[in-house]
Design a protein around this ligand. Structure first.
Ligand code: AMP
Length: 217
C-alpha cells in the first residue's frame, strides 16, 4: 500500500506515519527527516538544503525528487510506504506519478489531515523530542509532557531536542509556503479520485481510527 499523508506543518503527519509503520509494516518516507539527516551529515545536498530549511522555505525540487526516487527503489519499500512531507508542490506530485509508474505501482490513497490554522503555530513551536535517536519520542510543552519532568517516558533519557525550524517565526513562514505551494496539490489528487479527509484536530487515537477507516474503504 502506498499512502500520502497530507497537511500543513503540525497536522500530525509524522505521528500517524509512525503508527502506520508499526501497524501495517509500511515504511515512513519523510523528506523532512531525510533532509535533516543530510544537513547533520553535511552532505552536498544537506549543505544546499540548510539555508532554505532554516528560512522555512521549500528545498529545490531536484533535491527532494532525487531523494524520493532513490529511496522508493530500496527493498524495504516493497511492502509499501507512507509519504510524509512529499509531494509539496504540483511539480513534485507529477514527478511522483512518473516514478511510481516506472516502479509499476500506484498510489492507494492521499489522506488530507484537516487542521485549524490557529492551533498550528502553538502545536509546532511547543513540540520537542527525546534526543536518544533510537527513541525519538515526541512531547509538547503544554499538551504532552513526560510523566516525570525532564525524563522520557519511553526510554528514561534526560536529553531532549527541538528542531531549529520549530520556532513561531519560521512556522509562520512554513505555513505560508504550505498555502502557496502545497495546498494547490489537493485538486490534483481530488481529480484522480484518491483524496480523502480526516479530522487532524481530533485526539491522536481518533485520528488513527479515521485513517484506518479511510484506508479500509
Ligand atoms: P518537515 O519535516 O516535513 O516539516 O520539513 C522540514 C523542511 O524540510 C521544510 O520546511 C522544507 O524546507 C524541507 N522539505 C521537506 N520536504 C520537502 C519537500 N517535499 N519539498 C521541498 N522542501 C521540503
Amino acid at each position: 500500500m502506498i499512502i500520502i499523508l497530507f497537511g500543513p506543518p503540525g497536522a500530525g503527519k509524522g505521528t500517524q506515519a509512525q503508527r502506520l509503520e508499526k501497524s501495517r509494516g509500511l515504511v515512513q518516507l519523510s523528506t523532512g527527516v531525510m533532509l535533516r539527516a543530510a544537513v547533520a551529515a553535511q552532505t552536498h545536498y544537506g549543505k544546499k538544503a540548510k539555508g532554505k530549511m532554516d528560512a522555512g522555505q521549500l528545498v529545490s525540487d531536484d533535491i527532494v525528487i532525487g531523494i524520493i526516487a532513490d529511496r522508493i527503489k530500496a527493498d524495504d519499500c516493497k511492502n509499501g510506504f507512507i509519504l510524509d512531507g512529499f509531494p509539496r508542490n504540483v511539480a513534485q506530485a507529477e514527478a511522483l506519478d512518473v516514478m511510481l509508474a516506472e516502479e509499476g505501482v500506484k498510489l492507494d490513497a492521499v489522506v488530507q489531515m484537516e487542521v485549524d490554522d490557529a492551533a498550528l503555530v502553538d502545536r509546532v513551536s511547543g513540540r520537542y523530542t527525546c534526543a536518544n535517536k533510537k527513541c525519538n519520542e515526541g512531547y509538547h510543552d503544554t499538551n504532552l509532557k513526560p510523566a516525570v519532568d525532564g525524563v522520557c517516558d519511553n526510554c528514561g533519557g534526560t536529553e531532549f531536542e527541538r528542531r531549529p525550524d520549530d520556532n513561531a517565526e519560521t512556522v509562520a513562514k512554513r505555513l505560508d509556503e504550505y498555502y502557496a505551494q502545497t495546498a494547490p496539490v489537493l485538486p490534483y489528487y481530488a481529480e484522480q479520485g484518491i483524496l480523502q479527509q480526516v479530522d487532524g484536530m481530533a485526539a491522536v487515537n481518533e485520528v488513527a481510527a479515521q485513517i484506518d477507516a479511510v484506508l479500509a474503504a
